[in-house]
Design a binder for this molecule. Sequence first.
Ligand SMILES: Cc1cc2nc3c(=O)[nH]c(=O)nc-3n(C[C@H](O)[C@H](O)[C@H](O)COP(=O)(O)OP(=O)(O)OC[C@H]3O[C@@H](n4cnc5c(N)ncnc54)[C@H](O)[C@@H]3O)c2cc1C
Length: 518
Amino acid sequence: MNRNEMLRQLHEVEEWDIVIIGGGATGLGTAVDAASRGYRTLLLEQHDFAKGTSSRSTKLVHGGVRYLAQGNIKLVRESLKERGLLLKNAPHVCSSLSFVLPCYDLWQKIYYGIGLKLYDLMSGKLSLGKTKIISSKKAKTLLPTINAAKLSGAIVYQDGQFDDARLALNLAQTVAEHGGVVLNYCKLISLIKTDKKITGVKLFDEIDGKTYEVKCKVVINATGVFTDEVLKMDDGAAKNIILPSQGIHLVFDKKYFPGNAAMMIPKTSDGRVLFAVPWHDKVIVGTTDTEIKMLSLEPKPLEEEIEFILQHMNKYLQVDVHRDNVLSTYVGLRPLVIKNKSQKPSMMSRSHTFIVSNSGLVTITGGKWTSYRKMGADAVNNAIFSAKLEKKTCVTEDLKIHGWKNDTDKNDVLHIYGSDAPDIKNLCNENASWDEPIHPAFPNIEAEIIWAVRNEMAMTVEDVLARRTRILFLDAKTAIESAPQVAKLMATEMNKDNNWQQQQINAFNELGKQYLLS
Ligand SMILES: Cc1cc2nc3c(=O)[nH]c(=O)nc-3n(C[C@H](O)[C@H](O)[C@H](O)COP(=O)(O)OP(=O)(O)OC[C@H]3O[C@@H](n4cnc5c(N)ncnc54)[C@H](O)[C@@H]3O)c2cc1C
């Protein structure tokens, strides 16, 4: 995947079948669907792929145990099917994980035990393993730091886990493999209409500072929490349909939560669900559900959200954690669709919604990462209908995602790259020093930086430290310390001067500070 090559194709194609706005899970899933059906597909992302909510999830590929408790059987069944397909089609970035749900009385064991057995049964052939009721002694071996006071046992169930930003990049690569064009740092600035129907888009390329116009048959709006902005570009009088809800995560050293299983607290004191999930040798704890008014690509955690997570960690685990122990904090915005204004965000539906406007604009929003493939298929089906495109069948149920490899060795530092790993290793033949770690505290090697620039359209130090590797999300201080070395290697590879390097380091330092709790 090379950005100059993508730009060249942007100018060569006279008219695109489908232009997709938004390079998160929804837009990329839609682009994979469209390109693999054989439509001429262009995707535009205003910042980097997965810069928005799609790099800020709890990293679960799940049916949503919580939605089962809310009685949303259809959503759970659909998500469990998608979970199974994802683990089959992208096994290098997704895997099965045991979740332990601690129980404090017999009633909880019966209630959650039945619910989670049902959860497993609903996944049918795509089950990841049986739900079990275990003793408190066994629970302590799976969760060594659990606060065992009054613990009467636990339920263990299986769900999926993934690396969200890496999957997003793999989806972009899959689009490219099927002849589609994906462009990061390209913002939609207006919709072009002929006789009130959308016939093209105007975009701004932040890298070359130029504005372009392209023709297309249909535009799909997959801009997450920014959905209303695009709806208003189409119709200034359009009503808002999105209620953004913020969720934060705190990341800690694994010593506070050793072991390989995750913990799920189904009902905190104020009725929320809380997860502690081992991820890339750290532990992620979250999340929250806070209605917010201001949209941002870098939302900030609220004090009460931080306190909520710290308090619950100290309550459910035998640990004494404070803000100083937080390695990184990251915040995402859920694009919840308003159906009933009086509902609390945590009770609002996670099903996806689509709208076809009079101008032909197709909007797809809501949903969750796990259901990205189904959302993409639905969006393309609507686009076919809206623009009267020649009908072509969806092929993504069996489509292998770029990097597919089902026998990755988890001890290999490059295993997350799947089938690309040998090519990254080979870069070290070009320069032996690229085999060195970017930072002594992390296993990521310098060759990953070169790979990210050459093959994954990384344009900035942030792209490398936040989404090509996940160092910023895992340990913000280490990420800040790594920035000068990343900038230096990128500058050489991209032919940039010292000025560029310094600007990149300064910009990343500013960003990195936001992931640290002062
Ligand atoms: C805290 C939290 C935890 C979650 N955990 C999970 C989980 O564990 N599992 C799960 O399945 N789901 C989870 N979700 C849900 C999931 O992350 C989201 O549903 C999904 O990422 C939304 O993807 P999206 O593509 O719709 O939005 P986004 O990822 O936000 O993508 C939209 C993109 O559109 C771009 N854009 C906006 N305007 C323009 C424009 N004018 N031109 C070009 N580009 C534009 C933005 O820059 C952005 O990158 C979680 C959500 C949150 C908030």
